[in-house]
Write a protein that binds this ligand. Sequence first.
Ligand code: 4AD
Ligand code: MG
Length: 465
Amino acid sequence: MKEADRPKIKDILDAGEIGKDYQLKGWVRTKRGNNKIAFVAINDGSTIHNMQVVLDVPNFDEEMVNQITTGASVAVTGTLVESMGKGQTIEIQAKEVEVYGPADPETYPLQKKGHSMEFLREIAHLRPRTNTFSAILRIRHHLSYAIHKYYNDNGFFYMHTPIITGSDAEGAGEMFRVSTLDPVSPPLTKAKEVDFQKDFFGKETNLTVSGQLEGELGALALSKIYTFGPTFRAENSNTPRHLAEFWMIEPEMAFYEIEDNMDLAEDSLKHHVGYILDNCLSDLEFLQKMYDKELLDRLNFVLEHDFKRIVYTEAVEILEKSGQKFEFPVGWGKDLQSEHERYLVEKHFKKPVIITDYPRDIKAFYMKQNDDGNTVRALDVLFPRIGEIIGGSQREENYDKLSQRIEELKIPTKDLWWYLETRKFGTAPHSGFGLGFERLVLFITGMSNIRDVIPFPRTPKNAEF
Ligand code: 4AD
Ligand code: MG
């Protein structure tokens, strides 16, 4: 049999035939038994479940059997039989066993179960071998697929926006510079500033914080596009919800107004959560059992309820009247902090909330200005346990209003001339948003730290792997 055709443990558990021979390849999770019989649990990552392999020890080479320890990689050929033992209904009665790679029990870091999340972060090269991380990696995969499928099925085109950019989409200035200049003695201008004209691109460039601005260019030609790529933020945020490198999904739609944008945000989130409930139930059940007893209830709750839609001014009134003691002050014009967002979602409305029409001074330059002169058509979606999961807006399509705002905020127009030109030639109402992929994975898996839902987290002072 070709290796590519060999059934994986998931296939055998789902549809294996009793009495038939199978070959398993994978990693040993546990071994128990004595010098007559050994029970070895093998996992190949295809499912959270292990396959139990039974060895009549005297039939095998003793040295080889001793090498079957937690973490070792093995190939086993044997017959699928009904299991007498508790905990599984079928098992493999081994005929041949080969150890590809032993794992010394004295030094293998995952010899024992029950390590702390903090310790597992230090061994990010091995943590995919744990039940928890393999479940999370599978869920990340299925969620990525679900997202592409959703947008494809709804007439969106996947657009690849650049990773290296010359503009700051969010205007927040929290970017990682991309440069090939000598950091010790860079070329200087007459004014003794770094001469970026001599840099690789002949100008200052950075890793993108968002694909939105280029996404808008696509939407104003293809009507509906989305991006799904890595984004980078050099903000010094050491919180359980921030990464310096995270993935974002950014749909952008010509002719959509803020209400259409809200409908898409709500419908797509429900679709993504529903897809994982339908396709990853055994992983979700594992995570519920181990970490979060309310996980499945919370996911189903999101599917079954309309999101509450309110404007920022109303949100501030509710917070002011709440009688709650918050760490950060509440007041019209101040940004909502995570504690405020979670109060609205978890205590007040007890369901996901969409807030729109924020003060223009706390939002990005590109958001459509309302006629009241002090709010913009911003949209944030807030989720239980997470706070903000989506941020977006209707975009300012009016050339004069947009260029005036850019001027007010002293954003150099030399970096944005191309963006402004779309408002000169065939401008149209349009909207979009950004969904933080890891924030959604955090919500779906019930984990409590965003560093535990991405294979190799990038955070301040941490880029080991
Ligand atoms: O609200 P943000 O900054 O919005 C934008 O970047 C817009 N350009 C999106 C758009 O309209 N196309 O970020 C969008 C989402 C947030 O709601 C959050 O879920 C996630 O990205 N996010 C982060 N996730 C992890 N770590 C960080 N440091 C994040 N910053 C934002
Ligand atoms: Mg935001």
